[in-house]
Design a protein around this ligand. Structure first.
Ligand code: GAF
Length: 397
């Protein structure tokens, strides 16, 4: 597979070995085990999760790995390959206000488990070492991968018996309260519920989910990631303001969440709302419909036919929700011009990556065309690689 061969990321087995060695040299004993969780890419359904709508992401073959062992006291120590210093905190001091930086992700999960049944007054402390090959800041949910890996690890060693859907809520609570990003439930759900070659069709209101076979391999299609390397920050700015617009639109239209609106409601919304709020609402309503149409099309006609829905999703994010940037628009347009069947920005927006559903043989052509177009416009060179749908969080050893 040309796309994968060009990609020099270490396999999870390599990550497992290095994380084990790093844990042992940092903490001087063997961990209780090693757990991992993948990043995700969203195929379609953007900003619909916190509107209680539908999403259709898949877990990718890039993973975060955590080696973790229990202590006999109340101390937690976390270390990682992305920071020199280990962070230490007592379980007695574990509140969101005390957490900051990268360690807010793993420590936030430990705190959030306390809200979902763990008795933080009696559980033992632990040590953890984290490593990852999920690119950071590319919109591939490196943060949800950390949260999900730590959530499954602590669920095991603390003997909590929580199911995957609950662990996704734990990760989301950590992200919202400890990290301070007002995100929805999609990323953690994809990381925990994903399956090889399957997309996670999730109803973000009921939290019911279904894994739908993607069939990309049989159709000789690849999902090419085009990472613009323009970094995005969910905790501030545009993401929160889009969320606020959706809430204002729902309130003005008398519904508890935009999920309750269908295409038929748009004429009334156009009359009642200002132009900008209306366009925000229209994106959510049409995007929810596109998720449903994508799943149905996939089931009835296979993956080639979903391409036009991906294109329509990008136009809606560019023009109505206004979360795209020139680099993402260029990536999408160039990929389509060079043979991708459909393309869209993916994730929260304002930076990050686009995806291009591309016939496998044309992946090199699309990569070359996008690289040339970025150079011509004077944009920073993008990073491109193919991803495959992979299994969700699991115990490795
Ligand atoms: C980010 C958030 F974390 C998700 O919850 C989701 O809202 C997404 O942006 C946009 O679809 O990844």
């Amino acid at each position: 597979d040309a796309g994968v061969a060009a990609d020099s990321r270490p396999a999870t087995t390599v990550l497992n070995a290095t994380v084990l060695a790093d844990f042992e040299s940092r903490f001087n004993h063997r961990p209780a085990g090693i757990w991992s969780a993948p990043g995700r890419v969203n195929l379609i359904g953007e900003h619909t999760d916190y509107n209680e709508g539908f999403v259709f992401p898949f877990a990718i073959d890039r993973r975060t790995v955590v080696a973790l062992g229990l202590r006999e006291d109340r101390i937690i120590r976390v270390a990682s390959s992305f920071a020199a210093e280990a962070i230490e905190i007592s379980l007695d001091e574990l509140i969101p206000e005390n957490l900051a930086g990268w360690s807010a992700y793993p420590l936030g999960v430990a705190w959030a488990l306390g809200r979902f049944g763990a008795d933080l007054g009696t559980v033992p402390g632990f040590e953890a070492f984290i490593d990852s090959d999920v690119p950071i800041g590319a919109g591939l949910s490196s943060s949800a991968a950390i949260e999900s890996a730590v959530a499954v690890a602590l669920n095991d060693v603390w003997g909590l018996g929580l199911d995957r859907s609950t662990l996704a809520q734990v990760g989301r609570l950590a992200e919202n309260r400890a990290v301070g990003a007002p995100t929805g439930i999609m990323d953690q759900s994809a990381s925990l519920l994903g399956k090889a070659d399957g997309g996670v069709f999730l109803d973000c209101r009921s939290l019911e989910s279904d894994v739908i076979p993607l069939g990309f391999d049989a159709a000789r299609l690849d999902v090419l990631i085009i990472d613009t390397r323009v970094s995005h920050a969910h905790a501030t700015g545009g993401y929160a303001s889009r969320r606020a617009s959706c809430e204002a639109g729902a309130a003005a239209l008398g519904v508890s969440a935009l999920r309750e609106l269908g295409l038929d409601d748009l004429p009334r919304a156009a009359e009642l709302l200002d132009d900008e709020t209306f366009r925000r609402v229209r994106h959510i309503v049409t995007e929810n419909q596109r998720v449903l149409d994508t799943v149905q099309t996939l089931r009835e006609h296979g993956p080639t036919r979903i391409a036009e829905l991906l294109d329509a999703s990008h136009v809606s994010m560019r023009d109505d929700f206004e979360i795209s940037i020139p680099e993402l628009d260029l990536a999408v347009e160039t990929a389509r011009g060079a043979g991708a069947l459909g393309a869209r920005m993916t994730g929260g927006g304002f930076g990050g990556a686009a995806i291009a559903l591309t016939p496998r043989d044309l992946v090199p052509d699309v990569e070359a065309a996008v690289a040339a177009a970025f150079a011509e416009r004077g944009f920073r060179a993008p990073v491109m690689f193919v991803v495959h749908a992979a299994d969700g969080a699991r115990r490795e050893q």
